[in-house]
Design a protein around this ligand. Sequence first.
Ligand SMILES: [Zn+2]
Length: 72
Amino acid sequence: MEYVFNLPEAVPAGKVLVHNHVRPTSRLGFAGFRAWLDDPGENYEICDCGWASKLSEHYRVARARQRFGLSR
Ligand SMILES: [Zn+2]
């Protein structure tokens, strides 16, 4: 997992761009908004908030999975 401080030109193959559930701001790292590159995982869900619109897609942390953790 690797934080990004500038929006990448493209997401590396096999990775997904994810942000936390803080309302996206135009500036990464501002007001608690964080984004990172990570391996795809079931705790991430595709996000349509409009941030990073020049990239084809990005993900956010899935709230339900985060709340219930790994216990099933
Ligand atoms: Zn988003």
